[in-house]
Write a protein that binds this ligand. Structure first.
Ligand code: ITT
Length: 193
């Protein structure tokens, strides 16, 4: 059946489409349906993921999958966290966002993790949510031009390359989004559209 991808972030669309592909679900984007971008008024990744998926499912009459994610930096008390997109400003400039993270960090702890909450919601208001996490450290200066967002400064534990230096296949093999997705897949057949 058809599924709405309830995100306006092109980097997420690429990764989620790749993850969903093998499951034979026909994906339509929120943008192509002209769905509005709801304000992210919740205080948790899971809360915002639910809000976005329910808004898209209700508006479209189709099941919808949303992604709320972000970078949590230990030396910054977990910031930018749910504000990760907002730190890039209206111009969505992640060079600026990464520089702000680095400036505010100074010599505080550079350990960090990415969180990805994925939600699938149905037009009748039912929803399921899962969360994936990947741990790492932050490098400076940023390395690599692949991926999106904070990828060039994130070095996953056990890796020599930042997400910005990895190929798409290398990053997608194991990250917060893929880890969340593995849990979500287990829930999908339980409630087909
Ligand atoms: P939607 O709400 O439309 O999905 P958004 O970009 O506003 O798009 P979020 O509110 O979830 O999404 O913000 C998450 C931000 O965290 C995102 O803009 C990235 O900068 C960052 N982020 C999330 N996953 C990432 C990843 O895999 N690599 C790098 N940065 C990531």
């Amino acid at each position: 059946g058809k599924l709405v991808l309830a995100t306006h972030n092109p980097g997420k669309v690429v990764e989620l489409a790749e993850l969903l592909g093998p499951h034979g679900l026909e994906v339509v984007s929120a943008g192509s349906l002209g769905l509005p971008e709801p304000d992210e008024t919740e205080t948790t990744f899971i809360g915002n993921a639910r809000l976005k998926a329910l808004a898209a499912a209700t508006a479209s009459g189709l099941p919808a999958i949303s992604d709320d994610s972000g970078l949590c930096v230990d030396g910054l008390g977990g910031a930018p966290g749910i504000y990760s997109a907002r730190w890039a400003g209206p111009g969505k400039d992640f060079a600026v966002a990464m520089a702000r993270v680095n400036d505010e960090l100074g010599d505080k702890s550079r350990t960090a993790h990415f969180i990805c909450a994925l939600c699938v919601a149905w037009p009748d208001g039912h929803s399921e949510v899962v969360e994936g996490r990947v741990d790492g450290t932050l490098v400076w200066p940023p390395r690599g031009g692949n991926g999106f967002g904070y990828d060039p400064m994130f070095l996953m534990d056990g890796q020599a390359q930042t997400y910005g230096e990895m190929t798409r296949a290398e990053k997608e093999a194991d990250n917060h989004r893929a880890r969340a997705f593995r849990q979500l897949v287990a829930l999908l057949p339980a409630r087909p559209a």
